[in-house]
Ligand binder design. Structure first.
Ligand code: ASP
Length: 345
């Protein structure tokens, strides 16, 4: 193996799917299919692809069935082989790609080399597929020693993994990072990295690989106009729930409703970690701008700043899966662990 060899982990997703009697289903032997597809690339592009080896999971999945066990397996497989490769590419379904990339970023902190996640809107063998371009792009960025974080390569754009959301159901430009600029892009067939927007390498890697708790232990709580306190209570009053991402209005507001606030306060005093993000995709929450949001501060909810729902959720799962003292868990939620939020609020 040469020092610029990349390890490709094939987890499944549309890019590797084949037609079956009931529609597309995950296909295997992806390495042979991919190497064959690369032979059709123009010579200058083919020659620029770094050497790679493939780790193919025996049961590739549609990522709509992914669970924390899949996030954990990917992180551990990368951690176990970390020293042997220049970088890593994860081939993944697009539906929950942003969730897996966010969890990987929390598990694989302070990386000294790239982990690039990609997928495709169309299968590799479909006419006009985006699969080959996306894998080629991911491989080329995966040897950049100045990229030291989990990134998503898709549709010619390189984005921070824990800042990105799936934005399009069909268009090739399928992902978007609402609160962080592009880390790089493909220009004239060449990968261009905007290094000042990337995380700087910060010494030795800090991998946190706990046994992740089932995601049923954390809930998403989106507000809607007229939501009733008893509806919130039904979700929160559950011994198996340890965290909740409250998807509030604007800059962190909830309805002026004492009963509803009372349910949130009761959950918080039972030890449920409440994190507040905004239903607006752009911009941070700032708790306390309005009287209707101040109550969240009073009950000890944590401001999620400008985190995506995927990042806030996987961060709660990550922190709640570790035996941390409560104060440290809260402090870590409010800090940026891997560039997922801008500020301490
Ligand atoms: N359902 C597919 C998956 O997430 C969609 C895709 O890969 O684009 O695996």
């Amino acid at each position: 193996m040469t020092s610029n060899t990349v390890l490709v982990l094939y987890a499944g997703g549309t890019l590797g799917m084949l037609d079956g009697p009931r529609g597309l289903r995950p296909g295997s032997d992806f390495e042979t299919r991919l190497r064959q597809a690369f032979t059709h690339l123009a010579a200058h592009r083919r020659d620029a692809i770094p050497p790679f080896e493939m780790l193919e999971y025996t049961t590739p999945i549609d990522s709509s069935s992914a669970t924390p066990a899949d996030w954990q397996r990917l992180a551990r497989d990368i951690a176990d082989r970390y020293a042997a490769y220049a970088g890593f590419v994860v081939l993944h379904g697009t539906d929950t790609l942003a969730w897996s990339a966010s969890s990987l970023a929390f598990q694989l902190q302070c990386l000294g080399k790239p982990v690039v996640v990609t997928g495709a809107q169309k299968p590799l063998e479909a006419p006009h597929s985006d699969a080959l371009d996306n894998v080629e792009m991911a491989l080329r960025f995966a040897t950049r020693s100045d990229l030291t974080e989990v990134a998503i390569a898709f549709g010619g754009k390189l984005m921070r993994g824990c800042r990105t959301r799936k934005w399009e159901t069909q268009a090739f430009d399928a992902f978007y990072a609402p609160n962080w600029p592009l880390l790089g892009e493909i220009i004239d067939d060449e990968p261009v990295l905007y290094a000042t927007r990337c995380l700087s390498p910060s010494g030795a890697p800090r991998f946190e690989l706990p046994d992740l708790m089932p995601t049923s232990a954390v809930i998403r709580l989106p507000l809607w106009p007229g939501i009733h306190a008893r509806q919130i209570a039904r979700l929160l009053d559950d011994d198996t729930v340890h965290g909740a991402v409250l998807e509030s209005w604007g800059s962190g507001n909830i309805p002026e409703d004492a009963a509803l606030a009372g349910e949130l306060a009761a959950a918080s005093s039972r030890g449920t970690l409440l994190a507040v993000i905004s239903q607006c995709p752009h911009g941070p929450v700032t708790l306390g701008t309005y009287a209707s949001g101040n109550v969240l501060k009073d009950i000890g909810a944590l401001a999620g700043d400008d985190m995506t729902p995927e990042a806030a959720f996987t961060k709660l799962v990550h922190l709640l899966s570790q035996p941390l003292p409560e104060a440290q868990r809260r402090r870590q939620f409010l800090s940026s662990l891997c560039g997922e939020r801008s500020a301490l609020t």
